[in-house]
Design a protein around this ligand. Structure first.
Ligand code: TYD
Length: 216
């Protein structure tokens, strides 16, 4: 499949969405490419509905149900919206992908990383499982929490952001370990938005060249 698939990952409050949106504008302007921006577990209408359920903590369920709901959400948006863009030679930029399930459901909720990958593989394709680039945004936990508090999201007790310290520590540790183990590039999101964007663009440009999307 032609096109390119680039993912920005990291804990809540690391600025992934801002950086993905800026990168989308850059790629559109620089290369005149069609760019689709995704924010998992959001997406096409049914994925958006599933996201509302996922974010509603008053609906009791276990980690497996979270994984299955999120997998259903990504399955629909990927095959319905993203694959056609890739087939037309466009670029898909996504805030989060299955790596979030590995960390949130696999590590922090205890299902195990391998189990999460296995389940995901059953319903997704190879292209989805192997992005051209995955960048992990990291941020000092105090700054990260202050940013989330400023967004007012901690007042909503239904989101993963409001889980306790131990949960957040597991997420941060999970991201650090997977970045290390798989040699995924990380960007310190504590720098200015411009500096973070510059580094993200550099990595994306290299990945686009490596995948043959642009000439190096
Ligand atoms: P949302 O507000 O949609 O996204 P974000 O915080 O990335 O801006 O919240 C979605 C929540 O779902 C977020 O706390 C991370 C969590 N999540 C998982 O637990 N597993 C997953 O696979 C994904 C994609 C998200």
């Amino acid at each position: 499949m032609p096109g390119a698939y680039i993912v920005g990952e990291g804990n809540d409050g690391t600025g992934k969405s801002t950086q993905i949106d800026l990168l989308a504008t850059f790629i559109r302007e620089e290369y005149g490419a069609e760019v689709l921006v995704l924010h998992e577990p959001d997406g096409c209408p049914i994925s958006s509905e599933i996201r509302q359920i996922i974010k509603n903590g008053s609906l009791e369920r276990d980690a497996t149900t979270n994984l299955l709901l999120i997998t259903a959400s990504r399955h629909e948006t990927w095959f319905r919206d993203a694959v056609p863009v890739l087939e037309r030679g466009g670029v898909v930029l996504s805030a989060r992908n299955e790596l979030s399930s590995e960390i949130y459901q696999g590590v922090a909720e205890g299902l195990g990383v391998e189990h999460v990958r296995e389940v995901t593989r059953m319903f997704m394709d190879e292209r989805y499982m192997n992005p051209d680039l995955t960048v992990i945004f990291t941020l000092d936990d105090e700054i990260r929490r202050a940013r989330i508090a400023a967004r007012g999201e901690l007042q909503n007790p239904d989101t993963f952001e409001s889980r306790g310290d131990e949960f957040q520590k597991l997420l941060n540790k999970g991201y650090a370990e997977i970045a290390n183990k798989r040699s995924l590039p990380t960007i310190d999101a504590g720098q200015s938005i411009d500096d973070v964007q510059q580094r993200f663009r550099d990595l994306a440009t290299k990945a686009l060249a490596n995948s043959g999307f642009i000439k190096a």
